[in-house]
Design a protein around this ligand. Structure first.
Ligand code: ZN
Length: 502
């Protein structure tokens, strides 16, 4: 077979996997959005079979043979950079899936079910000791998994690299320490400033049908395509899909429209990324997102940088007033935007504002790192957690349910994942800095409602790059600089000193 034949065959196999994954995504979406309650068992059967089929396709020996054969072709180097990147990405995933013995994959899947059940019970009873034994087992299995993936590398580095390729403890330690040093005093300045926001400007009863109208309006404003997507409701908002069918979800609260509204912008940011992937590379690895951190960065850019800005509300507040009737008739721009940007430390990560949010992540990162490197024992965790909450956010955690047991990630074995959320914020700071260089008038542009210009900048510079580069390379490619927290911290300092007037 020629190099071209081999390449075509590899991509054909990859396309089938993507198609199967799309069906899997749709079945998951349906389960979260509209499946009847009694459908759970049938759906689990279907999903288990599908993930088995997808796994079998990934580990098929034929893929291994095709990859070896193509690399042995004397003219392999003549493949374009893009073709070689596709081969590299498929090899990377193939290695990840084949290096782990099937027995460990099965044990992990079973442990996930046990740990999730124990976690739910422990959280309901606010008692960490119920979750402790299954968490211990999970940490052991995750360490074994890291060992199989790369025995020569530090296990936590293996886990970090698994979710955000190229990132390591050395890099993240430095970034997160800088972030911590910048954020803790900034939060103090915000909460002790005399000029505090008036939350009654946003916390007003707003019927769900009115909020649905707002959602349908604002997705049009950000250029999310409704003929290639849709908005539904889910308990925990999420986005799923591929190119021409990318669906977002939100969760409305009748007491505070901003929860559902900002979730629409957040998920809309994820949705825009998927809808604007490079069309020429559909069904190829390169035609997918760069990383989960970059995905988060797209969502947070739309939600926080755009959706919580004075300029956005400069043009959107009149529209909000029109759509919501007399609910917000009396509010004025500046105090309204200040209320949307309130800084208020909370024990719960998912309820955190953009300034305190990264500290919730840093705390989890530090604990995970100590756990995986055996720097602390599992029974000490609640105490370590509570102490860090006190040190970083000055919060007294009342019980394990609002402390160490609040997230499901560890029951799922997702160690090394949390850091992506804060990395997304750091990426955003640097992307915004670059956008400002290229479009110094972006705030004026936004204020006039010409948001398309900003979305187009994101599409050209980020979305259309697909998975051409690993995240740190992509940051460098776009901004010309190494990743740094400076830009994000500068952005926050300027924004919040204006809002709180310090
Ligand atoms: Zn997100």
């Amino acid at each position: 077979m020629t190099k071209k034949d081999l390449y075509r065959q590899i991509l054909e196999r990859y396309k089938e996997i993507v198609v199967l994954e799309n069906i899997q995504g749709l079945a998951n979406w349906d389960m979260e959005v509209c499946m009847p309650k009694n459908g759970v068992e049938q759906r689990s059967e279907g999903l288990a079979l599908l993930s088995g089929l997808i796994h079998d396709r990934w580990v098929a020996p034929e893929i291994g043979t095709l990859l070896t054969d193509i690399k042995q072709q004397p003219d392999y180097e003549e493949l374009s950079t893009i073709e070689q990147r596709n081969i590299y990405l498929i090899q990377r995933e193939y290695d990840k899936r084949t290096k782990i013995p099937k027995e460990l994959v099965t044990t992990l899947a079973k442990q996930r079910t046990i740990a999730t059940k124990d976690w739910k019970e422990a959280k309901a009873k606010a008692d960490f000791s119920i979750f402790q034994p299954s968490l211990e087992k999970m940490v052991e299995l995750i360490k074994q998994r890291a060992q199989y993936l790369d025995p020569d590398k530090h296990p936590y580095d293996v886990l970090l690299d698994n979710y955000e390729p190229g990132l390591s403890m050395k890099i993240i330690d430095q970034l997160f320490n800088q972030l911590k040093e910048g954020l803790i005093p900034l939060i103090q300045k915000c909460i002790s400033a005399p000029n505090q926001p008036d939350l009654s400007l946003i916390k007003r009863k707003c019927p769900i049908d009115v909020q649905q109208k707002l959602a349908a309006d604002v997705v049009k404003v950000i250029n999310y395509q409704l003929d290639a997507g849709r908005i539904d409701e889910a308990a925990h908002p999420f986005t799923g899909g591929y190119y021409n069918d990318v669906r977002i979800t939100t969760h409305y609260s009748t007491e505070d429209f901003s929860n559902g509204f900002l979730a629409v912008l957040h998920e809309g940011g994820h949705g825009l990324y998927e809808q604007n992937m490079p069309e020429n590379y559909k069904y190829q690895p390169i035609g997918s997102a760069c990383s989960s951190g970059f995905h988060e960065a797209q969502a947070r850019f739309i939600e926080n940088v755009i959706g919580r800005s004075l300029e956005f509300w400069g043009f959107y507040l009149p529209r909000l007033k029109k759509i919501t009737g007399n609910i917000f008739a009396d509010v004025e721009l500046q105090p309204f935007v200040h209320a949307l940007n309130r800084v208020s430390p909370s024990p719960i990560r998912i309820a955190a504002d953009p300034v305190t949010y990264s500290l919730h992540i840093i705390l989890r990162y530090e604990i995970e790192k100590d756990l995986i490197t055996d720097q602390c024992s599992i029974d000490e965790l609640p105490q370590i957690w509570n102490q860090k909450m006190k040190d970083y956010l000055d919060i007294e955690v009342k019980n394990d349910a609002e402390g160490i047991l609040q997230d499901t990630h560890w029951a799922w074995g997702l160690f090394g994942y949390f850091s992506n959320y804060a990395l997304g914020n750091i990426y955003d700071g640097q992307l915004l800095w670059k956008m400002e260089q290229e479009m110094p008038s972006w705030r004026k542009v936004l204020q006039k409602g010409k948001i398309s210009k900003i979305i187009d900048w994101l599409i050209t510079n980020i979305h259309k790059q697909g998975n051409r580069y690993d995240p740190l390379e992509l940051v460098k490619e776009i901004t010309g600089k190494e990743l740094s927290t400076k830009y994000y911290l500068d952005y926050l300092e300027t924004k919040y000193s204006d809002l709180y007037q310090f």
